[in-house]
Design a protein. Structure first.
Length: 293
């Protein structure tokens, strides 16, 4: 097996050079899923990959672009230059003949792959996220960052807590539940001895302060911080990951946090009037006065 030209699993755990927000596997899997999940017979497969919706339609043009992006990505992953890519693609003589016969002498498949290859390279060199030609864009099925990615864990922890609180969580409660040490497992009784709890305690990294985490979430519009009475409430937005797409790891961890607090049922979570833009700039001054983060 070591002699086969197959990349090891660790290859796909690194960040995609053309989109640092995602690992290679998180960039590749949604495209593979859209190409393969075209029948209800594969629903279990789709659910395992975080997709709970109906099968994808068969759109020839879209499928061609998806294949081109995947082919281009793997040419990059294997370290092949553009000239190498052209040489390999031109070796598929049967594909070329059929393509040219159907497209007035143009090898459309190769041109589409090279366009994607060039776009991926430009994005990687500029440090920007690759923008696909597909519309609507490929849906990324987030299953959570690696447990050693403290920054991402902090972001997704807030989103999970907000989702589990019916999309609106008092800022005071979020402050109490955002971070605590593994020692609290002893106070949770049987739930503290579950495999999820033990795994959480063994692998949990420190997370950034709540203030910096909320600043980033606000900047990306993944949550809103709205005034309510003398305090604030953190609410979900259309950009907050839906609960169905939050990884079980974070659901279990948030469950531990909520079990510890035992206060969520006592809080009236209302929908306040959204904060005006001129008020938003004052939010973190008030956070500092509350000694957050």
């Amino acid at each position: 097996m070591k002699q086969l030209p197959v990349l090891g699993p660790d290859t796909y755990s690194v960040r995609a050079p053309w989109d640092q927000r995602l690992s290679l596997v998180d960039w590749i899997v949604p495209r593979v899923l859209e190409l393969t999940y075209t029948t209800w017979d594969l629903r279990a497969f789709a659910l395992d990959l975080g997709h709970g919706d109906e099968p994808f339609g068969w759109d020839f043009g879209r499928r061609s672009q998806l294949r081109a992006e995947l082919d281009a990505a793997f040419f990059h992953i294997y370290g092949l230059t553009r000239d190498d890519t052209v040489y390999i693609l031109e070796s598929f003589s049967a594909v070329r003949r059929n393509d040219e016969a159907a497209n007035e002498g143009r090898f459309v498949s190769m041109l589409r792959i090279l366009d994607a290859y060039d776009a991926l390279e430009r994005a990687a060199q500029a440090g920007n996220a690759y923008v696909s030609a597909l519309f609507p864009p490929v849906e990324v099925f987030e299953k959570g960052p690696p447990v050693d990615d403290a920054k991402a864990l902090g972001l997704l922890r807030v989103c999970t807590l907000v989702r589990l609180a019916d999309d609106a969580l008092d800022l005071h409660l979020l402050t109490e539940h955002y971070d605590f040490g593994p020692a609290v497992l002893a106070s949770l009784g049987p739930i503290g001895q579950t495999p999820e709890a033990r795994a959480w305690a063994a692998k949990r990294p420190d997370v950034p302060g709540l203030k910096s985490t909320l600043e980033e979430l606000l900047a990306t519009q993944m949550v809103r911080v709205l005034p309510r009475g003398d305090g604030f409430v953190v609410t979900a937005t259309e950009h907050t990951p839906p609960r169905a797409k939050l990884d079980d790891w974070f659901i279990a961890e948030a469950g531990l946090l909520m079990t510890l607090g035992k206060k969520f049922a006592e809080v009236e979570l209302t929908r306040p009037v959204p904060m005006r833009s001129e008020e938003r700039s004052n939010v973190f001054d008030l956070f500092r006065s509350k000694k957050l983060g």
